[in-house]
Design a protein around this ligand. Structure first.
Ligand code: PAF
Length: 282
């Protein structure tokens, strides 16, 4: 596996890969776990070579968030990616990614969907994600890019961005990888202490219980969101939002909605956990 940090060298290396066929791209912030490695395996199922990036993107963190504390584990990440057969690892320094001061960086805003849910709690977050991913796409120019469905809203923001900006990148969403007790894998799970870790699986358990209520005929979506919030807050979470929405628009379900998604974000101690569950309703 080649590891590069400069844009020109990356472009040359990707040109070489493209000569051999389709190139898939997996953008990450590192601290890789089984969820990320599943994205890499999925990338290989759809392409001939795989490029991974590791970049802890300052533009997507709010001023009071965990940018400095965000776990950085480059050596272990390299070993894991090497073992998966990744062709190219791009690890740009901040000054390569952002040669101008952050306030002067041109930004990609995806309106509407970026202002809901996580975007309401973290106002600059999705512009930071869209900007860095747009830059990475311009550098790597992959045929295909892979994102985890755990960040469901992020996945839809990416789809809107490539559609609105006519980018020729196919976006593929991959199912969330979970611990045996149901907790969605996330780099931020390491912020949980032992007793919080025991409570954390209740997040997914509550999503499943809510989905079971829908199967039994529940269709008061606002009431169901309130029920999820109460269940979680009762066991020690501080729920940020819990909503049942159309899976394609993230807006309240309409008569024509065919698929719903329950989206939840909740604090448990210092960790802000997010999770979701998709449901067919017709
Ligand atoms: O999901 C992530 O890890 C990040 O938001 C991403 C897509 C790598 C952009 O920094």
């Amino acid at each position: 596996m080649k590891m590069l940090g400069q844009i020109e060298a990356l472009r040359r290396a990707v040109l070489g890969l493209r000569a051999d066929g389709r190139v898939a791209f997996v953008p990450t912030m590192g601290n890789l776990h089984a969820g990320h490695l599943t994205l890499v395996r999925e990338a290989f199922r759809h392409a001939d070579s795989v490029v991974v990036s590791i970049f802890v993107n300052p533009l997507q963190f709010e001023p009071n968030e965990d940018l400095d504390k965000y776990p950085r584990t480059l050596e272990a990440d390299c070993r894991a990616l090497e073992a998966e057969g990744v062709d190219l690892l791009f690890v740009p320094p901040v000054e390569v990614m952002y040669p101008v001061p952050l306030e002067q960086q041109t930004r990609v805003e995806v309106p509407g969907i970026s202002t809901l849910y996580c975007g309401a709690s973290r106002p600059g977050h999705f512009a930071g994600v869209a900007t860095v991913v747009c830059k990475l796409f311009n550098m790597v120019q992959p045929e295909l890019a892979i994102f985890g469905k755990k960040d469901y809203q992020q996945l839809l923001v990416m789809r809107r961005m490539v559609c609105d900006l006519a980018m020729s990148v196919e976006i593929l969403g991959v199912d969330t990888v979970r611990e045996p007790d149901g907790l969605a894998m996330s780099s931020r799970n390491r912020y949980l202490d032992a007793s919080e870790r025991r409570v954390a699986p209740r997040l997914y358990a509550t999503l499943r219980a809510a989905a079971a209520r829908v199967t039994e005929g529940e269709c008061n979506w606002g009431g169901l969101g309130d029920w999820i919030r109460k269940e979680l807050d009762n066991v020690g979470f501080r729920t940020d939002y819990a909503v049942v929405v159309d899976a394609a628009t993230l807006l309240p379900p309409a008569d024509r909605s065919e698929k719903l998604v329950i989206l939840v974000a909740a604090w448990l101690g210092k960790a802000r956990l997010i999770d979701n569950l998709e449901m067919e309703i017709k």
